[in-house]
Write a protein that binds this ligand. Structure first.
Ligand code: PMP
Length: 360
């Protein structure tokens, strides 16, 4: 229906069709208000009900403890790269960063502008340094890592154990893909445009004791306290994006919450990793099986790299789009977030099999 394709984009990425249909139905006249969510004051009772429900449903989904605040911010996950050091550390203080790919590297580079960054461990895009191997500095203000590197397709399978240190996690590309124990984290943040909703909103979950310590010179918009005190409405929030995220949260709750999503995501990822394994080396996953991402599946055609372009083109003709790997690494990448139906990965796996049979 609707002439939809299977969309394997890394982000902005596929959204559930029923969420889009609901948004379409609400577009011109939201629940009898005579207005679209895009057109109404963020201070009105209508939008207030939308953002309150979105937060409440997210709290239920992730079982967020009451001593954590939920914020809907702008500036993308990239703005968190500077907001975190500006709020959690003073100039000259030390912070730990684990670099496992392009995104955590960017986060560390940004933090270097504001404090003393200790690189506690480095990954190689194929494997991940376990938390037991992280060389944390004795007096660091926090430990930052990326739970799922979107480009490399490497994902931590359990919360890294860092004792009573403040753990900060970039979960942009695997947020709400599986249950997590929020109480183990100081801050969790995620740009919405991969696994949640449209671009334009970044979700931050922050433990209360970390709020209120921004440096005096930090821009007002980069002070968590300001956003907490104003319920994410210090300035005009990204109303439409928050509304769509809310529809997605509601849908996930109906589907059985994050346990159900994890099960489905494991099943979906297995279809692709199995297809790679069954190809007798025609396809290769560069990633250690222990840390293969359930969300982003990079793969190559190692013996005939010229065929990768052909693969991407023919897949496109068969209705499977955006399979090109990130420009920094090449090859293919299938991003299979919550909203990718299992039929999409099944179709891709059959296509891979036929393509290999034709070219091996
Ligand atoms: N972190 C990760 C893991 C990402 O995948 C991305 C976006 N690709 C970012 C951060 C940056 O997000 P944004 O574009 O929202 O700033």
């Amino acid at each position: 229906p609707h002439g939809r394709v299977f969309n394997f984009s890394a982000g902005p990425a596929v959204l559930p069709v029923d969420v889009l249909e609901r948004a379409q139905a609400d577009l011109i006249n939201w629940q009898g208000s005579g207005m679209s969510i895009m057109e109404m004051s963020h201070r009105g009772k209508e939008f207030e009900s939308v953002i309150k429900k979105a937060e409440a449903d997210l709290r239920t989904l992730l079982n967020i403890p009451s001593n954590y605040k939920v914020l809907f911010l702008q500036g993308g996950a990239s703005t968190q790269f500077s907001m975190i050091p500006l709020n959690l550390a003073k100039a000259g203080e030390t912070v730990d960063y684990v670099i496992t790919g392009a995104w955590s590297k960017k986060a560390a580079e940004e933090a270097k502008k504001y404090c003393n960054v200790n690189i506690a461990a480095k990954g190689d895009n194929k494997s991940l340094p376990p938390a037991s191997a992280w060389k944390l500095s004795p007096d660091s203000r926090y430990v930052h890592y990326c739970d799922n590197e979107t480009i490399g397709g490497v994902e931590y399978k359990a919360t890294p154990e860092v004792g009573d240190r403040v753990l900060v996690s970039d979960m942009s590309s695997n947020f709400i893909s599986k249950p997590i124990d929020v109480s183990k984290y100081g801050i969790i943040y995620a740009g919405a445009q991969k696994n949640v909703g449209p671009s334009g909103v970044t979700i931050v979950i922050i433990r209360e004791d970390l709020i209120g310590h921004a440096r005096p010179e930090a821009p007002t918009m980069l002070d968590y306290k300001i956003h907490v005190e104003n319920d994410s409405m210090y300035n005009t929030p990204p109303c439409w994006s928050i509304y769509i995220c809310g529809l997605v949260f509601e849908k996930l709750l109906k589907l059985g919450g994050l346990e159900a999503m994890q099960k489905l995501n494991e099943e979906k990822a297995a279809v692709l990793y199995d297809a790679i394994a069954a190809s007798n080396g025609f396809y290769n996953s560069p990633v250690d099986p222990a840390v293969r991402s359930l969300m982003n599946v990079p793969f190559t055609i190692p013996s005939q790299p010229d065929l990768e372009k052909v693969f991407i083109k023919e897949a496109e003709k068969a209705g499977m789009l955006q399979l090109k790997g990130h420009r920094s690494v090449g090859g293919m990448r299938a991003s299979i977030y919550n909203a990718m139906p299992i039929e999409g990965v099944q179709q891709l796996a059959s296509f891979m099999k036929e393509f290999a049979a034709k070219h091996a």
